[in-house]
Design a protein around this ligand. Structure first.
Ligand code: HEC
Length: 161
């Protein structure tokens, strides 16, 4: 009786274990697939309509605005963009994302405020768009803060090139 029970137990284990191992492997594959999909999204060309590029910053870059932007940035963006805005946030490193370095004046020169506003609203690649989740004024605070990170660059409405 005892032996039989033991054998039944062994049989059960033999049946269950490969299944468990199998499902673990599938989990791994799914993770890999999700990562691949995230990567595959990155090269999607970014097309910003001309009128969006020309959109004027509606909020003056006062100390108060930059501070409000910093607070929002710390709580909602720093996990990817890094506390300092250098693009080295923990989540970005883990997921192998490469947000631009906002502390680099060259990065800032490339975009108008309108373009930053557009990307922040609609998202691009791994960058999640805020859509209507965020009020316009908050988006402008964030952009004023981002601009303040590359002090060599004066707040500009037009790209340098
Ligand atoms: C999940 C990670 C993640 C989070 C969270 C995130 N971003 Fe991004 N962001 C990115 C990545 C990655 C890019 C580069 C996207 C691309 O163009 O491929 C990016 C790009 C941008 C750009 C465009 C910069 C440029 O010059 O092209 C802006 C502006 C921006 N993010 C602002 C923000 C703000 C503000 C927040 C917080 C509300 C935020 N992001 C939250 C990952 C993130």
């Amino acid at each position: 009786m005892q032996t039989r029970r033991f054998l039944a137990g062994v049989l059960l284990l033999v049946l269950i274990l490969p299944g468990a191992a199998g499902s673990l492997a599938v989990g791994g594959q799914e993770e890999e697939k999700a990562e691949e999909e995230a990567q595959a999204e990155l090269p999607k060309p970014l097309v910003i309509p001309e009128e969006e590029k020309q959109r004027k910053n509606a909020v003056e870059a006062t100390t108060e605005s930059v501070e409000a932007g910093r607070k929002l940035f710390t709580s909602q963006c720093a996990m990817c963009h890094g506390e300092k805005g250098d693009g080295k946030g923990e989540l970005a490193q883990e997921a192998k994302l490469t947000p631009p370095d906002f502390t680099e004046p060259e990065t800032r020169k490339k975009r108008t405020d309108g373009e930053l506003f557009y990307i922040l609203t609609t998202g691009h690649g791994a960058m999640p768009g805020q859509g209507e989740r965020m009020r316009e004024v908050q988006k402008w605070h964030l952009i004023n803060f981002i601009r303040s990170l590359a002090p060599a660059q004066k707040p500009a409405d037009k790209p340098a090139e």
